[in-house]
Design a protein around this ligand. Structure first.
Ligand SMILES: Cc1cc2nc3c(=O)[nH]c(=O)nc-3n(C[C@H](O)[C@H](O)[C@H](O)COP(=O)(O)OP(=O)(O)OC[C@H]3O[C@@H](n4cnc5c(N)ncnc54)[C@H](O)[C@@H]3O)c2cc1C
Length: 450
């Protein structure tokens, strides 16, 4: 727990979460070491990252426009397109690390193998270089889009299959020409991959199967980035705003049933939508066959819940990722069913020298969200912010879950969904000032002579 002098701090990871945390710790003069398993910054956005953690594919463009995505203290270059390519995001993150002189404090190629909490607080870390190191605080920023989660169906498929994490382009990891391909899932990666492998020039026969379905919103509206119009108002009840969005969704033609896909099991604006202008066109052009959930697998045949079946050569599972912390003893910390209860998605109640960064599915984007989290983390490290009691934290976690996810029908799938604008407003106008008062009150108590 931070006291009078700034605590030595370890940050695990130099993706967007670790970089923004490192930058903020440096701003607040907190001594820190950032451990990075790879030889480069950027995590997921470093295409072909030798750490095996990048899920970026060759053609990936960011789904959130640069207007929403930019860090508040480091705007994206003016000459960037509205939806930059992943190489431009990587360049942007490199410039961020250089502009704030972060590389000197990053230990590249030095993976954290294990992190143990010491009795009475503090951390003992075994690193890949063979050293055992000690720190007062630990910030976990190891990402949550690298450990593939594959859907389980009864039966066995005897063709080839892989997870979207391993998809690079139509020739890697498999040669996808003249093949019968089933893509499972309807998130952004599923949409992008389906669009790519269903190009007629490749002569594939592509089917898209989804269990929960999703609203498919265009990336452009009236020739402009559609998400420029997206901004929730923290002063109005979210239920009203959802109603307005649901009423107006016809303007975006995002109802998947218009394109033959199953109806979503949630209303518009109740969960992260899929962003793709091209998928509806591919479906309407007959290049992709829409299907509901898979019932069972039998050799090369896939049986669907609607009673139909087809033969396939390849299944691509675009079915999401697990939250995984390989450096913790799972008895100590893990995220069963992708669930980890964190106060403001940062603090684990009961462990006052551990923080998490980046573990949310923030709408519309994760970038300014992690920057906002970093502000709270650094304020805590210097003793300018204190979270409430353990009991209160647990109450607030429940209330926040209800606020961000209570309306969702399929809650296990959306264990860490939140609205960035509501979150940022809460942190800036309520949480930081309240935490400052708590920190000052504690400081005063500690100064009272016994
Ligand atoms: C295909 C795809 C498209 C996406 N599109 C968008 C989008 O349009 N908009 C948006 O806002 N978000 C998008 N995201 C989500 C988000 O931007 C990324 O997941 C983001 O990279 C998260 O950053 P991070 O720093 O938390 O994790 P990561 O980028 O995964 O970085 C984690 C870092 O930690 C390091 N690390 C891990 N374990 C250790 C260890 N034990 N020791 C030392 N270092 C370690 C890794 O090497 C890595 O560099 C997308 C994600 C994917 C997969």
């Amino acid at each position: 727990m931070p006291g009078t002098s700034a605590p030595t701090t370890a940050v695990i990871g130099a993706g967007i979460s670790g970089l923004t945390t490192s930058k903020m710790l440096a701003d607040y003069a907190v001594p820190f070491t950032c451990f990075e398993a790879s030889d480069r910054v950027g995590g997921n956005w470093a295409f072909g990252n030798p750490n095996g953690h990048s899920s970026a594919y060759q053609s990936l463009h960011i789904d959130t426009s640069k207007y929403q995505l930019s860090f508040k203290d480091f705007p994206m270059p003016d000459d960037y397109p509205d939806f930059p390519h992943h190489t431009q995001i990587k360049d942007y993150l490199d410039s961020y690390a250089d502009a704030f002189g972060l590389r000197e404090q990053i230990e590249f190629g030095n993976r954290v193998l294990s992190a143990r909490r010491l009795e009475g607080g503090g951390w003992e870390i075994d690193d890949e270089a063979g050293a055992t190191r000690h720190f007062d605080l630990l910030v976990v920023a190891n990402g949550h889009h690298w450990d593939p989660r594959t859907a389980q169906f009864p039966g066995e498929f005897t063709g080839e299959s892989f997870h979207s994490h391993h998809y690079v382009d139509p020739w890697t990891p498999l040669h996808l020409m003249d093949r019968r391909i089933l893509v499972v899932g309807l998130g952004n990666s599923a949409a992008d991959i389906t669009v790519e492998v269903s190009q007629r020039a490749l002569r594939n026969r592509v089917t898209l199967s989804t269990r929960s379905s999703a609203w498919v919103v265009p990336k452009l509206m009236f020739g402009k980035a559609a998400d420029m119009n997206y901004r929730t108002n923290p002063h109005l009840p979210m239920s009203w705003q959802r109603k307005v969005a649901q009423w107006g969704q016809r303007l975006t033609a995002s109802d998947p049933t218009l394109y033959g896909l199953p109806a979503p099991n949630h209303k518009f604006f109740e969960a992260h939508p899929t962003q793709s202008g091209e998928l509806p066109l591919r479906l309407k052009s007959g290049d992709v066959t829409p299907k509901g959930n898979i019932a069972r697998l039998d050799g090369s045949t896939v049986h669907f819940e609607d009673g139909t079946s087809s033969d396939f050569d390849v299944i691509i599972y675009a079915t999401g990722y697990n939250l995984t912390f390989p450096f913790f003893d799972p008895e100590f910390i893990s995220a069963p069913e992708n669930r980890i209860d964190l106060y403001k998605r940062i603090f684990k109640p009961g462990i006052d020298d551990l923080m998490f960064a980046g573990f949310a599915q923030a709408t519309p984007t994760l970038f300014p969200f992690v920057e906002c989290q970093a502000r709270l983390i650094a304020a805590y490290a210097i003793g300018a912010y204190l979270p409430p009691s353990e009991a209160e934290m647990r109450e607030v976690i429940k209330a926040d879950d209800e606020r961000y996810m209570g309306h969702m029908l399929d809650r296990p799938r959306h264990t860490h969904q939140l609205d960035y604008f509501v979150y940022e407003h809460d942190i800036r106008t309520k949480e930081l000032p309240a935490g400052r008062c708590r920190a000052q009150a504690r400081h005063r108590t500690q100064q009272v002579p016994a």
